[in-house]
Design a protein around this ligand. Structure first.
Ligand code: GUN
Length: 288
């Protein structure tokens, strides 16, 4: 039997979030307070960065967050970005700082993340913010994993006691996702490139989160009946315009209880969560 709301619709849920954020910004600025602002730093030779920054810009404008961009060539030195971040940290009119990834190989992203003031760290990648999530006192949280939790909550999916397997242990998705699901009361398995038999784990899991850039990695025989599948993959096939996830959607769909589509699942939630985090940074609720 196919359930009515089997598809976890990130577009619909992000629209609900955007409406709320927009209203909060109207309320905050009604008495003459300045609008929230986001600084975006990115490297101009990367086509996907260009596309994502454009999307983030449009979304910011829609809700009333002002944006300012700094665009660098691939040859930019780490020192130059660090100096810019330090200036932005001290700029009272800047609420959030975002460094669009990937960065050129000669730049260590960890040096960049730790320079951003934790209060302005709307990507949630600063060791302080990751540490807070780890210790069950979350502050600014990484957007993709936080967005996934918001999506699951919106569909009233109870996570407590479920077994979740995460495929991919990146600093951006896999690791923060593990912390989020642990915080939500799941039992976690994190698999990665050295894991011997990933599918042995997925077959037993109530929730699977995958983001490894391998189209059709998971098929119906790899998942448990009634499981929840979150596909973070974004894959472009040669000569095709369409984007594919890491899951063979058609194959697993009849078997699962919930699944995110690609596109229209996790992607819009990540962008809406960035807006949410920027508003949070603007409201400056946290003590550091
Ligand atoms: N590149 C891919 N995902 C992300 C993300 O969540 N934040 C930033 N800044 N860059 C990314």
């Amino acid at each position: 039997m196919i359930q009515k709301n089997k598809i976890l619709n990130g577009i619909d849920v992000s629209k609900i979030m955007i409406k709320k954020i927009k209203n909060s910004i109207i309320n905050e600025t009604g008495s003459g307070k300045r609008f929230p602002s986001l600084a975006m730093i990115w490297i101009n030779n990367n086509e996907s960065s260009k596309l994502y920054v454009k999307k983030k810009n449009i979304a910011c404008q829609d809700v009333g967050i002002s944006t300012k961009e700094w665009i660098f060539d691939n040859s930019v030195q780490e020192k130059k970005i660090i100096e810019l971040i330090k200036t932005l940290n001290n700029d009272e009119k800047i609420d959030g700082i975002l460094i669009q990834l990937p960065l050129p190989n000669h730049i260590n992203p960890n040096n960049i993340f730790k320079t951003i003031h934790p209060k302005k760290d709307v990507d949630g990648f600063h060791p302080y913010n990751i540490g807070c999530l780890c210790q069950k006192t979350p502050k600014l949280r990484p957007c993709t994993s936080k967005g996934i939790i918001t999506l699951l909550n919106q569909y009233k999916i109870r996570m407590q006691g479920l077994h979740a397997t995460i495929i991919g242990a990146s600093n951006i998705v896999g690791r923060p996702m593990a912390l989020e699901l642990l915080f939500a009361g799941c039992t976690i398995t994190i698999t990665h490139r050295f894991t011997k038999n990933i599918k042995k784990h997925t077959k037993k899991s109530d929730i699977i989160i995958i983001g490894i850039g391998k189209p059709n990695f998971l098929n119906d025989q790899d998942v448990k009946s009634g499981s929840i599948i979150i596909d973070v993959g974004i894959n472009k096939l040669p000569k095709e315009k369409k984007i594919y996830g890491d899951v063979n959607f058609k194959s697993v769909f009849p078997k699962v209880s919930y699944i995110t589509p690609v596109p229209g699942g996790v992607g819009p939630m990540t962008v809406a969560t960035l807006l949410e985090n920027t508003l949070e940074a603007y409201q400056n609720k946290h003590q550091y």
